[in-house]
Ligand binder design. Structure first.
Ligand code: URA
Length: 210
């Protein structure tokens, strides 16, 4: 991946996303679709992982077979909606290390404030994939990447379902080295910071809260 944004236009991703956007899609179906899309997006975000070979024996003969090289990658969920993407990706990459970043917005300063932070060791040696379904204003995503870099991460990708042009611009300005993988780039943010047309509040829709 060399582009700053990888917009995944695979027909299955686009079809499933349309179902997720619809307001009458149930919580159970929304969650299942998110799991399925997360695995298709995981395929894209890991497409150029470094490989090496390992000597193995098939029932017929020995061969040098391809295997992933380097340290186990780290998945970092930006709470709480990130957990919806995390589950599916983790199913596909079960040996990944997992971290969590919890941020809330201070209503006076409007700045993200950290309330939880736990990430795997040796982040400098790992590909770090931060996951959050919605790249909206970009404030919390940028803050999460700031924290990951403070912990030593140098190779970070950002995996989301929907991105706004504003969020992409904000991330590009703050962290031009972080590649964004997204299923869609929507029109704009509304005055409440929601992505339009979007899918509403991703956390509420996946957890059935309001
Ligand atoms: N977070 C959401 O869940 N939805 C949006 O549209 C924006 C941020």
């Amino acid at each position: 991946m060399t582009e700053h944004v990888n917009h995944v236009q695979h027909p299955l991703v686009q079809h499933k996303l349309t179902l997720m956007r619809q307001k009458d899609t149930s919580t159970a179906v929304f969650r299942q679709l998110l799991r399925e899309i997360s695995q298709l997006l995981a395929y894209e975000v890991t497409r150029d992982l470094p490989m090496t070979t390992k000597r193995i024996e098939t029932p017929l003969e020995a061969m040098d077979a391809p295997v992933l090289a380097g340290k186990k990658l780290a998945l970092v969920s930006i709470l709480r909606a990130g957990n919806g993407l995390l589950d599916g990706v983790l199913e596909l990459i079960p040996s990944a290390r997992v971290g969590f970043v919890g941020l809330y917005r201070d209503e006076e300063t409007l700045q993200p404030v950290q309330y939880y932070y736990k990430v795997p060791t040796e982040l400098a040696d790992r590909l770090v994939i931060a996951v959050d379904p919605m790249l909206a204003t970009g404030n919390s995503s940028v803050a999460a990447v700031d924290l990951l870099k403070k912990s030593g991460a140098t190779n970070i990708r950002f995996l989301c379902l929907l991105a706004s042009p504003e969020g992409i611009a904000r991330m590009k300005e703050a962290h031009p080295d972080v590649q964004i993988v997204t299923a869609a780039i929507d029109s704009h943010l509304n005055e409440h910071g929601y992505i339009v047309p979007g899918l509403g509040d991703a956390g509420d829709r996946m957890f059935g809260t309001k």
